[in-house]
Design a protein around this ligand. Structure first.
Ligand SMILES: *Cc1c(COP(=O)(O)O)cnc(C)c1O
Length: 390
């Protein structure tokens, strides 16, 4: 008999009753050091007092109103995002997938309004992940996500990861957009070099193609800048955000320039819950904390500490690890063993990590993890790796 919860997840035999900062606690009181953070969601850890206050304060006032009316929390959060980024306008969603859907719709509408409705080809890179909607799986294109779900939405052309020659050859006057994660998450913590991102921006400028960045996982302070593309000194035309922006409350957003968004007129898109007062009240608090330059500088400082310790860990277990990759507190350990085996060994040491493609173990701690917790995490990973040493 099928489980009452549709069995689409391969779940570990673990459940958590509460959380405290970087720790997730089971019902019997066992504390797990959480280096998954709900897959880069709990940017300020579990049960953060500032976020609990923001949520409960709003919960006592009004939970939900339709987008038929003005939502002041939404307007304030949009102000904060516009102030802190390239964007001139923001649409709020409940998830990264919905943000990807709107980004794709925005690209299509842009070219349709520009009198080129046939200009629908969007270039992507292999290993991409944009969610699980029919559009998002078509964009990612991997067999694993698309098998059995055809016919797929047309219009995407997937290029080998980071293959700039392939991109130079593929991009042209008929390209609608280039859509990519500057630092791939699910794909295995793979960082596109700044120079390549700058060249992609230039190629988009030359051909008129829109640059759409998916910063659902690598954004919101994860790399030590508010958004990862800032390291390359470029700006996209459209950007998807989710995961960290709600700190654990479901919230996503599409940020765009006025030019890219100009075709999205009244009636062209909508959402019942998107930008709901509860979600935006939390999002405002997250932005106030995370966009602070001092907070971001501390993320970078801790990332340096973490990375240095991980390099030693790799050196100590040459049969288990191949190297460290990533940026900021979005780090990956490229493995010689199956990353799933390390995740399981980690459970034995009461540490939570996340596997990714390309044989990589993902480490995505809360951005406010302490130095001591970083040291503790590496000690636990050391014991987990020790149990797998050849
Ligand atoms: C998680 C993720 C998504 C999808 O977000 P959901 O909130 O799960 O819909 C999209 N893009 C990237 C890069 C992600 O990591």
């Amino acid at each position: 008999m099928i489980a009452h919860v549709l069995p689409t997840y391969n779940r570990a035999d673990l459940s958590f009753e509460k959380g405290e900062g970087s720790w997730a606690v089971t019902r019997d009181g066992t504390r797990y050091l959480d280096l998954g953070a709900g897959i880069a969601v709990n940017v300020l850890g579990h049960a953060n007092p500032d976020l609990v206050a923001a949520l409960t304060e709003q919960a006592g006032k009004i939970w939900h109103v339709s987008n038929l009316y003005h939502i002041p929390q939404q307007e304030k959060l949009a102000d904060l995002l516009v102030e802190a980024t390239f964007a001139e306008t923001v649409f709020f969603t409940n998830s990264g997938t919905e943000a990807a859907e709107l980004a794709i719709k925005m690209v299509r509408k842009y070219w349709s309004d520009a009198g080129q409705p046939e200009r629908t080809r969007i270039l992507t890179f292999e290993g991409a992940f944009h969610g699980r909607s029919t559009g998002a799986i078509a964009a990612a294109g991997s067999e694993k996500m698309t098998a059995g779900f055809g016919p797929l939405m047309p219009g995407f052309q997937s290029l080998p990861w980071g293959d700039m020659d392939a991109l130079r050859a593929a991009i042209g006057e008929d390209t609608a957009a280039v859509m990519l994660e500057p630092l791939q998450g699910e794909g295995g913590i793979r960082l596109l070099p700044d120079a390549d991102l700058r060249e992609i921006r230039a190629l988009c400028d030359k051909t008129g193609a829109l640059l759409v960045l998916d910063e659902v996982q690598c954004g919101m302070g994860r790399t030590g800048r508010l958004f990862a593309h800032e390291w390359a000194g470029i700006a996209p035309d459209v950007m998807m955000v989710a995961k960290g922006i709600g700190g654990g409350f479901p919230l996503g957003a599409v940020l765009a320039t006025e030019q890219a968004a100009r075709a999205m007129v009244v009636g062209s898109h909508g959402s019942t819950y998107g930008g709901n007062p509860l979600a935006c009240a939390v999002g405002i608090r997250v932005m106030e904390i995370v966009a602070d330059p001092a907070f971001l500088a501390d993320v970078s400082r801790k990332a340096g500490l973490f990375r240095q310790k991980l390099e030693s860990l790799v050196a100590a277990h040459p049969d288990v690890f191949e190297g460290v990759r990533g940026q900021g507190l979005m780090l990956g350990l490229k493995c010689k063993v199956a990353p799933g085996d390390l995740v399981a060994a980690g459970y034995g040491q009461h540490i939570l990590t996340v596997p990714a493609a390309d044989n990589t173990l993902r480490l995505l701690p809360p951005l406010n993890i302490s130095d001591d917790e970083i040291a503790e995490a590496v000690a636990r990973l050391d014991r987990a790796a020790g149990s797998l040493d050849g």
